[in-house]
Write a protein that binds this ligand. Sequence first.
Ligand code: 16G
Ligand code: MG
Length: 542
Amino acid sequence: MDLDAITKYSTLHAKPNGLLLQYGTAGFRSKAEHLDHVMFRMGLLATLRSRQTKSTIGIMVTASHNPEEDNGVKLVDPLGEMLAPSWEEHATCLANVEEQDMQRVLTDISEKEAVNLQQEAFIVIGRDTRPSSEKLSQSVIHGVTVLGGQFHDYGLLTTPQLHYMVYCRNTNGQYGQATVEGYYQKHAKAFVELTKQASHIGDECRTLKVDCANGIGALKLREMEPYFSPELSVLLCNDGTKGKLNHLCGADFVKSHQKPPEGMEMKPNERCCSFDGDADRIVYYYRDAGGHFHLIDGDKIATLIGSFLRELLLEIGEDLKVGVIQTAYANGSSTRYLEEVMKVPVYCAKTGVKHLHHKAQEFDIGIYFEANGHGTVLFSKGAEMKIRHRAQELEGNQRKAAQILENIIDLFNQTIGDAISDMLVIEAILALKGMTIQQWDALYTDIPNRQLKVKVADRQVISTTDAERRALTPPGLQDVINGLVKKYRLSRAFVRPSGTEDVVRVYAEADSQESADNLAREVSLAVFQLAGGVEERPQPSF
Ligand code: 16G
Ligand code: MG
């Protein structure tokens, strides 16, 4: 390691005094103007990680659904997964160290992780459409080159595309070709095959309205459309030509406000969906004939996919272990439907894709979705082999079912939730089943719910257990929540410190919207009082 060069170049990417950042659930996020040093340093860190794992490592510059002024960065591990936890700690340490101690920290990490500094390093880089992203990705490249790493800059990519590239490169192209073209071809081919299998249902052209959050999803979906049309025609809105990224639009806005994005004209019963700013989340929705808005979130997506996969597995007679992974935010109705009607085991993981992904890997087929629309389906290698074998050996309808499963395996992004690939899977399932969005929505009725946030002096005073469903500290808070929950029917509530914002999140469910709102407000007030609330005091509803 040329420590002098690192010191020299590091001053060109100086750290603002006193700024402390943490590698959270989705990497580093902050105002873009505070991130130059973090980008440079993550270039350095990724190079060490690449040497240690003898694999290609990814770096994505994005702040997903955050406002346009923000930015962020995360590292992608060899199989397209989130960075290993011990390296998250190194990332935090490296991002926060003062200039004069940089050398020491880099040497410490290298020694601790037994990094062979002679090993070659290769980094792939992607970025979203934020005005700040291009310059910040140059700082990443600077970090990589100072440490002697090689790189390929893909430029504009969705987050899941970058994960895909990393996985392809580390499996020598077995998973797919590590190009944008390869991504389009692989997914579109599987989609077109699936829709061919649905042809008996009627040939009317399928149309879907897509709100792209004024982000990268618009560019990439437009690029991809020729590969999957005419089987599906997508009408893009909030495509970035006029509006601001994530402003009054996108999956996060639609889910948290439970209303349509600006700029989307919705005819009655028309199928619509929203991506988030880096296209790793998707939610569906429609307006009924009475003008009423219906949201179809990640829970209902998991249910549609889960019941479809179950039918196919029954048809081919393959007994594979299927599990659905949710978080505490999953609507109580979805959990009940999955367990009692579909008879699928459901597990609750902590918020954040890495936790769900990890749990999903324990199954032959692990379906994971957060209510906010982030998720995918993982097929174990063994399950994949069995299914492919069945597609050869079976006949008639059974063979057809196995072939559908094969295409579904190819269509899901196996590295991370992917709005584009999830959208194509959903469109294919609806076509194959001849199902309308209303029929899908009617699988179960969501229990009314409300999410609120509370500002406290230090959100870390809240610690949780039981996959974030119960608060351990501050003392007494959980007892108060239990008492409040008892006042309502079909009720449930929990609190957790956010991993991406300086707030405590409050979630409540109850038998009516009014009760859910009241319960959420009462729990917010308890958090404010017992966990050191600051600024605006939550107002109880009466
Ligand atoms: C991040 C997570 C997302 C999670 C959200 C929770 C990834 C890639 N993203 O965006 O899965 O739902 O954080 O945010 O893991 P919160 O901690 O602020 O509630
Ligand atoms: Mg995102």
